[in-house]
Design a protein around this ligand. Structure first.
Ligand SMILES: Cc1cc2nc3c(=O)[nH]c(=O)nc-3n(C[C@H](O)[C@H](O)[C@H](O)COP(=O)(O)OP(=O)(O)OC[C@H]3O[C@@H](n4cnc5c(N)ncnc54)[C@H](O)[C@@H]3O)c2cc1C
Ligand code: FES
Length: 231
């Protein structure tokens, strides 16, 4: 069990939860969180927003019962956190772009803080949030409100591009990479539904060009050219 240090509303329906924990983790990894006993049945996968020696932060959007329960947590409350899980982001050298759409911005802050020289592209459908925090850890910060943040980025400018966001955005990232056809490295972090988080149930199965993989243990980060996106 972990103790809640704070749980702040950072935008409408978006919370930043900080818990006491020394479990740590790499940028791009995630935890399975549970702030209840029996119902809902499954824990919820949430990426590491930031981690230190004795604390972890999670940025989450309220979409259903589980995340609504996270929003109700107060300082001193207990919740179960299991992890860190998943492969995390690859090492990124040279020019790096981090691209986030919606709550897909969540895993990018820790990555930016770790590598220090990334250009960050954040897309929001409404009021932007945590922009000062992202500004502090970025080389250049680009913000888009409405439309698609992909309009602002030229893949040719970067050796590595890492994207996290809704399915449609990640599919568009793959199309852009195919159109450009340059040998840079483009990775996507997938948010498939998960049940166990440890490779045992196959709920998170991802169709890849060389067969099916598990988002929880083989991912959630994949080279974009490996993934077969559904329409
Ligand atoms: C590896 C990974 C990292 C993630 N990181 C974050 C994060 O940092 N911040 C954040 O806000 N969200 C993140 N998500 C999405 C988050 O897990 C879901 O929004 C959340 O599980 C919804 O739970 P709910 O009970 O509120 O919604 P409900 O719709 O009631 O959930 C019903 C079921 O569907 C699953 N589910 C619903 N939406 C999603 C979704 N988009 N992705 C995966 N499973 C879903 C739930 O886990 C649950 O099992 C991540 C997902 C994955 C797979
Ligand atoms: S969530 Fe169970 S195998 Fe991935």
């Amino acid at each position: 069990m972990a103790t809640v240090i704070s749980n702040k509303k950072v935008a409408e329906g978006v919370g930043l939860l900080e818990v006491e924990s020394s479990l740590g983790g790499k940028p791009g990894q995630f935890y399975m969180l549970r702030a209840w006993d029996k119902y809902p049945l499954l824990s919820r996968p949430i990426s590491i927003f930031d981690a230190g020696e004795d604390r972890i932060q999670f940025l989450y959007q309220v979409v259903g019962e589980g995340t609504r329960r996270f929003f109700e947590l107060r300082s001193g409350d207990q919740l179960q956190i299991e992890g860190p899980f998943g492969n995390g982001f690859p090492e990124a050298n040279g020019s790096v772009a981090l691209v986030g759409g919606g709550i897909g911005i969540a895993p990018l802050y820790y990555m930016a803080k770790t590598i220090k020289n990334a250009d960050i592209y954040l897309g929001f459908s409404r009021e932007p949030y945590l922009t000062e925090e992202f500004q502090r850890v970025s080389n250049q910060l680009h913000i888009q409100v409405g439309g698609t943040v992909l309009d602002q980025i030229n893949f040719r400018d970067y050796k590595t591009v890492i994207a996290c966001g809704p399915h449609g955005m990640l599919k568009a990232v793959q199309s852009m990479q195919e159109e450009i056809g340059v040998p840079n490295h483009v990775y996507v972090s997938l948010e498939n539904r998960m049940a166990c988080g440890i490779g045992a149930c196959l709920v998170c199965s991802v169709k890849c060009k060389d067969g099916r993989k598990k988002a929880c243990t083989d991912g959630p980060v994949f080279p974009v050219e490996e993934v077969v996106f559904n329409d």
